[in-house]
Write a protein that binds this ligand. Structure first.
Ligand code: SF4
Length: 216
């Protein structure tokens, strides 16, 4: 697709989706930057509901980086064992908290490179923290976003880094965060992985006229 066409297509998708999905807050529950960071680390290969089910007990036991840094990894594992890869994630939570305490003065860092230096933190997590906690534009490419972008023909594969780059090059920076959350909701609730809404009723998808995979 020509660059100008792609830019226009992304702009049209944003024009349709942003009013439909105006909530720019993550669906994952948290009440601080540290909680958000932990919740998103837990969310890899898991649903938001699975994460939201374990975080109240986790955050009650370890409310801040100081408490988490002192935690026993096995105790953290016991609290999160219903989420996938809980051994690795428990280790990442404790090691990230320790690094936040030793290198960032006990506060979740605000820069991309700093966030990426924390164990278990990739670009999706970093962009979500940067946008939700620090108000900077963030392109958050999760599984719903990458699936939707691929189905819409905006990119020819589902590689999150490449999709982030493509959106960054073709959308105004001020719309990065809102567009990410709108794509996330559209993918989660309409363009579902196994049963996209257009299979039963094309008119139930607001993007049906733009979508090359409508009804497929
Ligand atoms: S038309 Fe179907 S495949 Fe295309 S975005 Fe809508 S639900 Fe997804």
């Amino acid at each position: 697709m020509e660059k100008a066409d792609l830019r226009q297509r992304i702009s049209e998708i944003a024009r349709i989706l942003l009013p439909l999905w105006p909530n720019e807050k993550p669906l994952i529950h948290s009440s601080s930057c540290f909680e958000l960071l932990c919740a998103v680390i837990l969310s890899a290969q898991c649903t938001d509901d699975q994460v939201n089910a374990v975080t109240p007990a986790l955050f009650s036991a370890y409310a801040d980086p100081r408490a988490m840094a002192l935690a026993d990894v096995e105790d953290v594992e016991r609290l999160i064992r219903s989420v996938g890869f809980f051994h690795t994630k428990a280790r990442h939570l404790v090691l990230s908290a320790r690094k936040i305490m030793t290198e960032y003065g006990g506060k979740v860092p605000s820069k991309m490179e700093e966030l990426l230096s924390l164990p278990g933190v990739g670009r999706k997590t970093a962009n979500l923290v940067i946008s939700s906690c620090f108000g900077a534009p963030g392109i958050i490419v999760d599984t719903h976003v990458s699936r939707l972008v691929y189905r819409l023909g905006l990119h020819d594969n589902r590689d999150p880094a490449a999709i982030e780059k493509k959106i960054r090059e073709n959308l105004q920076k001020s719309r990065f965060t809102a567009f990410s959350h709108a794509l996330n909701r559209q993918g989660k609730y309409i363009c579902r992985a196994r049963n996209p809404a257009c299979l039963s009723d094309p008119s139930s998808c607001p993007l049906e006229k733009l979508c090359p995979r409508r009804g497929l």
